[in-house]
Design a protein around this ligand. Structure first.
Ligand SMILES: CC(C)(COP(=O)(O)OP(=O)(O)OC[C@H]1O[C@@H](n2cnc3c(N)ncnc32)[C@H](O)[C@@H]1OP(=O)(O)O)[C@@H](O)C(=O)NCCC(=O)NCCS
Length: 140
């Protein structure tokens, strides 16, 4: 069974491992810690058999949410854990949720589209390797 709870400092070793496996430019432990100390930042982890298998960090400013990062341990993907994590943001009843995703990240784009997000803007050659960044939004 998957349990979702708020992220704590002692989770960061496991969170960082997943982060490093998931991204070419991973957030550092210090970045996660700084978000844990930020008032309008929300961070949750997903646990399976007490093991951290995913996490999300988002910012809630006024009634808009921006997703900072979301990832699921590779061996535990496609089990609706990403969806459950995203719902921690939806549960705050924002008017809209925004996020940025690489044009190369087809899986994440498919995931977001399945959750009702739409592309609203494209930042051409935004990343160092020349890839576009796509801004997606879901309105409520
Ligand atoms: C994106 C990510 C968080 C999705 O998490 P997940 O737990 O695997 O996703 P879910 O199981 O909740 O998927 C929900 C829906 O997304 C879609 N989806 C997810 N993974 C998919 C895949 N590999 N191929 C096609 N569709 C996919 C499906 O529509 C799925 O619904 P279904 O299970 O009813 O078919 C995960 O793939 C991940 O950690 N990727 C690496 C990190 C990353 O890219 N993060 C986003 C950065 S912007």
């Amino acid at each position: 069974m998957i349990l979702i709870r708020e992220m704590r400092s002692e989770d960061l070793a496991f969170v960082s491992k997943i982060e490093e496996q998931s991204f070419t430019h991973p957030w550092t432990k210090e970045q996660f810690q700084s978000e844990l100390n930020t008032a309008h930042a929300w961070s949750y982890v997903a646990l399976y058999n007490k093991m951290i298998v995913g996490y999300i960090v988002f910012w809630n400013v006024y009634d808009e949410i921006e997703i900072g990062v979301i990832a699921v341990l590779e061996t535990h993907r496609n089990k609706q854990i990403g969806q459950r994590l995203l719902h921690t943001a939806i549960a705050q009843k924002p008017t809209s949720i925004f996020l940025e995703v690489s044009d190369k990240n087809d899986v994440a784009q498919t995931f977001y589209i399945s959750q009702g997000f739409q592309e609203i803007h494209r930042r051409r050659s935004y990343y160092k390797d020349g890839t576009d960044a796509i801004i997606m939004k879901k309105s409520f």
